[in-house]
Design a protein around this ligand. Structure first.
Ligand code: SF4
Ligand code: SF4
Length: 78
């Protein structure tokens, strides 16, 4: 039974870069949270999940997702 006073809490999500990334660097220039960093060695850029402003603040799709030419972003639970 569901408590009528119980509100459904929306789970926050943060952006994550998948291996589809082609390291174009565009997303690094647009992130308002400065949460995206160049990859180490030959790796592609990564999102620092602790700095990502989440879908609640950035919207869906977030600006990083809008500029990515290969749709390599996904949302993951924070
Ligand atoms: S969701 Fe927003 S804060 Fe997070 S990486 Fe994308 S642009 Fe940056
Ligand atoms: S915009 Fe997309 S392809 Fe370019 S570096 Fe960012 S995640 Fe990779």
């Amino acid at each position: 039974m569901i408590d009528s006073n119980q509100k459904q809490v929306k789970e926050l999500r943060v952006a994550h870069i998948t291996d589809d990334c082609v390291s174009c660097g565009t997303c690094l220039e647009v992130c308002p949270g400065y949460a995206i960093f160049p990859g180490k060695m030959n790796d592609h850029p990564q999102v620092d999940h602790d700095l990502c402003l989440t879908d609640a603040a950035c919207g869906d799709p977030a600006i990083c997702m809008q500029v990515c030419p290969v749709s390599s972003f996904e949302w993951v639970p924070y």
